[in-house]
Design a protein around this ligand. Sequence first.
Ligand code: CDP
Ligand code: MG
Length: 734
Amino acid sequence: KRLQVLTKRYKEDPSAAAGKLKTDQQEWEDHLINKAITSKTPKAAPPGEKSYDLLLDDFRKEDLLAGYDNREAESEDELEIEAKSIAEERRKLPVFPYREELIKAVHEYQVLVVVGETGSGKTTQIPQYLIEEGFGGVCCTQPRRVAAMSVAARVATEVGCKLGSKVGYSIRFEDCTSDKTVIKYMTDGMLLREFLSEPDLGQYHVIIIDEAHERSLSTDIAMGLVKDIARARGDSIRIIISSATLNAEKFRDYFDDAPIFNIPGRRYPVDIYYTKAPEADYLDACCVSVLQIHASQPPGDILVFLTGQEEIETAVEILNQRTRGLGSKVQELMIAPIYSTLPADMQAKIFEPTPPGARKVVLATNIAETSVTIPGIVYVIDPGFCKQKSYNPKTGMESLIVVPVSRAGAVQRTGRAGRTQPGKCFRMFTKWSFYNEMEEDTIPEILRTNLAQVVLLLKSLGIDDLINFDFIDAPPSEVLIKSLEQLYALGALNDRGELTKLGRRMAELPLDPMMAKSLIGSEKYSCSEEVATICAMLSVNNSIFYRPKDKGVIADAARAAFARGGGGDHMALLNCYNQWRDSGFSTQWCYENFVQARSIKQARDVRDQLDGLMDRVEVEKTSNLDGDAICKAIASGFFYNATRLEKGGTYRTLKNPHTVHIHPSSCLFKSEKLPRWLIYHELVFTTKEFMRQVIQIESAWLLEIAPFYYQSKELEDQTKAKLPKVVGKASTTT
Ligand code: CDP
Ligand code: MG
């Protein structure tokens, strides 16, 4: 019935007004683009003037004929044919006609801002052009790990080499490069870590800060640091700031009037449809729209923007269910999810061409907004939300919340529909809301996040005067001060704000400072092996346990078994990992115990990496299965996140008191006897503020672990606190 209503709505949705809406849209986009492109743009060569034989230069051919195993081609002939078609594709990209001009500009200017539509070839082509023209090592940063991996794989194919040889990638806990690597894609966070080991980044000739418009925290910091080394290294380094068609002026101004190089893109018109009234259940509305498009619209793939893994998995389930009911009358609908923790082999699915007669629907997070370009998209469905970090410096609380996207974000999403032919974008929000409720631009991450990790990194790079660091947008000083306080409480800084020995060790670990402190703190409780396992399990997000709807009860029982020993989610994760290890890392064991084999294997990889890191930071490896010891070690890093049980089964945070709830995914949710004290791993805000992954502690431990941070008065038992106070006498702890 809903399907009919929606179909009707879209049919009615004033086609007369559609033209008008499109004009508004075009005006708006033009406004954004005009904002971005200025007269400083070097004049580019007219398209098609020069043709390069991209295929046959030695760089590629040599590899083509050697160990080319990304594809299935067998004979040299087949390889040549395949390589030819790749070269053909490369020539068709909007950036190609500007190759010459671009190289010239890179020779001429130390810093260049490159602006172009998503899909014009900035990320995949520019590094190749540079290498072909004799530039040395090129690195290209990405704010998202999935983008770094998928783009590297694509470029390796284009170059005709094995991923990890001439073209590689580096993301946290995974280094897929070798000493042969000349094009390296990496997350922006990894580039920051490279400053620690090589402060002038001497191995690179060109550094490309890609997706700069995203303004991720690490990108912002990386820009500050490369700006600095550009001065020091002079002619031996080139910097390219690459951005979608947004905010380019801002980068130009920041890099002392660097020229902007504009790559004109192709864009086809996109019809925009709004809903008449706000959607109460946008996820359902999206699924209905997918089916409606599938049933009634001409061929073309669909891209749906959702906020995260859980939402995407729900949508996959709903769509699977509903398409099953459609029978054989309707063509096949291929459902392809993509989000940051999806394993690489499953990510590849979104790039596979859709077989004739079928239709693909890609369910993506914000990653598909600009970071990855998916071929064949004609329809975009945009509910208008994304998941964003938010930080309150007063309370020191950081949480992930679902917020409306900015107008600029919505415009980018719409653009995904018009890359190869005219498209349609269905916005699951009202036109009024687009113009009146959405912010113009997304707020840069640096203005809405806890900076403890960055401050620790900058301190260990010897940058002490943080207030005067050349930030592109300076964070509020209260946030910087709060971070300094937190690092002091963790023991990473001394009372003069200088890095301590502990702080230096913490900075070496690619972990959040709290987690780093727990791992180093575990030495004292002789349980570093266990804490490393917990860190690894926590770092693969929440997807370790598998819960098919039809076997919910058995799955829950399997999961409860891991938690039986008590302690909370951290201990359940530890038990789960250890039992899996004892099974000889068996996949069969995973099936039997409703554990996601892929996720836990990922945890094993992280665990192996941590093992190496512990050697480097000299954390003594000891094992101790005592629950209290393990919980104390975790608390030594996360004491900041302590909460106390209050009436009604909710919890209250100790510092800056406010009410929080146990997340339904926790093993302590619905627990009959709730622990009096808990420490949470992270807060997420959906319908209310939830603690995800909680561990049980005793209040006395907080005094033992962080005596300078907690006073016994704060840790009184709730019931006692209610007793009338004896005047003039301090009450004592239980
Ligand atoms: O960086 P920019 O958005 O300008 O474009 P790009 O990522 O370099 O993409 C250029 C072309 O490569 C697009 O047509 C993509 O469809 C294609 N591509 C691909 O087929 N597979 C990937 N993993 C990445 C890009
Ligand atoms: Mg790109």
